[in-house]
Design a protein. Structure first.
Length: 159
């Protein structure tokens, strides 16, 4: 009987680990600084979830929104950072937030592109993520347009 219980426990653990390895959750940077460094090096937009430990809506967001496969899939287009301004006061002051949760989308340099104030259900949240990604991509296109183009060497006229 113990062998069956052990086998079941091993199977459950393997399934949980497989879910994580195959993209079964939003991958959060371990610190704000490391997340921003990764965003700069890979030129990716950033999704900063500003939360507190006592915030019920923040916990609901974690449970009901960040667990959805569509949200998890789209989150891979961002560097995702969780920021508790009560524990990380210096970085918490970077964003003018008057309630929790607040989700701030920035470009790789930290310039704010879009913001969600408060809890949103999964579908509206996903729509806001798409808006933020579109704003990030639009910003990249504008940078490309402003970049100097290779100057063509004028052909010499032969007489």
């Amino acid at each position: 009987m113990r062998a069956v219980g052990s086998l079941c426990a091993s199977l459950v653990a393997a399934l949980v680990l497989a879910g994580r390895a195959s993209g079964g959750e939003v991958l959060w940077a371990s610190t704000f600084e490391l997340g921003m460094k990764k965003a700069k090096s890979k030129d990716l937009p950033v999704m900063v979830d500003i939360y507190t430990d006592w915030c019920g809506w923040c916990k609901k967001l974690d449970k009901d929104v960040y667990s959805k496969p569509e949200v998890i899939a789209l989150s891979k287009e961002f560097v995702c950072i969780k920021l508790n301004p009560e524990k990380d006061r210096r970085n918490g002051r970077l964003f003018k937030v008057d309630g929790y949760p607040a989700i701030i989308f920035t470009d790789a340099k930290g310039k704010e592109l879009h913001r969600i104030g408060g809890y949103l259900a999964p579908e509206p949240f996903l729509a806001e993520m798409k808006k933020a990604l579109a704003a990030a991509n639009e910003g990249k296109e504008k940078v490309k347009e402003k970049a100097p183009k290779d100057k063509e060497t004028p052909k010499e006229k032969t007489e």
